[in-house]
Design a protein around this ligand. Sequence first.
Ligand code: NAD
Length: 493
Amino acid sequence: MKPMQREVLNYIGGEWRRPLSPAGIEVLNPATGELLAVSPQGSAADAEAAVQAASAAFPAWRATPPAERIQYLFRFKQVLEEHFEEVARLITTENGKTLAEARGELRRGIENVEVACGIPTLMQGYNLEDVAGGIDEFMFRQPVGVVAAITPFNFPAMIPLWFLPYAIACGNTFILKPSDRVPLSAARLAELIAETGLPPGVVNIVNGGKVAVDALLDHPEVQAVSFVGSTAVARYVYARASAAGKRVQCQGGAKNHVVVLPDADPETTTQIVADSAYGCAGQRCLAVSVAVTVGEARGWFRESIAAAASSLRIGNGLHADVQMGPVISQASRRRIEDLIAAGIAEGAVAAVDGRGVSVPGLERGSFVGPTVLDGVPAESSLTETEIFGPALSLIHAADLDEAIAVISRNSYGNAASIFTSSGAAARKFRNLVPAGNVGVNIGVAAPMAYFPFSGWKSSFYGVLHAQGRDAVEFYTAEKVVIERWPKYWSRKF
Ligand code: NAD
């Protein structure tokens, strides 16, 4: 097959422009090692051009009635549906996840477009007549201006769609800085939104790495910044953009736990936890990383999860029978394998060891096999390290209180789940566990688009989260108006 090598261009003011910066990293198909494209390093000049285009588009877009703005989103939804399979294949090609996972990602992204179509209702303020005699008070929501989103590699289409639809439906103009490791899906989204006839400059894409990000964080005309990625970069972006006076929401990394109680249903629990740990090769911010087995659950769960992990078919995610694709890069593969080795050196036992796997015909692919590390000691470096790969740690707790204490000690708070048939245990768990996305007999506690994506602790910096009503609040400024019209007001009726 002819390689699909292509240049990664910026989308600015409705035009595809060659980046002004030198070449940056290579975009490789993680399953085959094939070169797909080369990302630019990014430059302040490229970012400046995107901000100028977004600023120029803002006055007219802000004045476009919300009911008209959402017509573009209705059309965008339609175009995404028409190109659904093609975009899903592109996601798999540049990210590596299976086609089923890519379809799931795109479906969840489209849900956000659908929710943002409700903006004429969602964006309403409130009011009260006669706050004092003849004086009325109103709260309007207004767009904030030019907003930017910086997104990670693991959901190349869905995470940009956590932000883009709400931002523009609220009347802002938008700049996306996609991950330089997966820029192609985002570019395709821009091509598709252009088909809706959206005015130039309302949506822009500027590619690159840190240089492009810094230019957006510092730019005085960028009013709001959304970020999704690792915790170290989330903290950095939050500090720098806040210092520049912007509103900021930064979603960071994760170390998600599931608690398996002895009364959990073994079959469904194993199947759901395996999907959570090994789906997307463990590269989901909601992937379970640690299973805390309580009491007698230890024995049966260790056996069943090891059997489930060993049976997964690994390969190119484009092939229908493949259940787990590669990780994003060879560097990532090496990092994950080193962490597995560190866990074993610190006392864990590899019930299943996915290091060193090779897939026939895909020798240049970045594959790590599903791994189960049993008995990871509490003091192991793994307990605080986000592996972001298909490696599940098992630890044991005497009871539910001890399991909740294990989770509470962790610095991350993205998600936590419990598997049980006890309503009382589930209630206690959801009440006490310090995580923002909680699952009860759910392995990947991913909020629907009309709920906030609620990370806590070092998984999130900010106040308002992505998606739903939080997104509308984040992308709008509240304006309170107090009105009196003395000439027409009289106490005598
Ligand atoms: P990353 O932090 O390396 O990159 C994220 C974005 O920041 C990319 O666009 C990248 O180009 C940019 N970037 C990287 N280094 C930078 C720097 N020094 N200065 C400025 N910008 C920089 O993250 P990743 O590896 O692409 O994604 C995986 C991480 O994202 C994991 O930690 C995962 O848990 C997290 N994640 C979190 C959520 C969530 O909702 N909390 C969702 C998805 C992914």
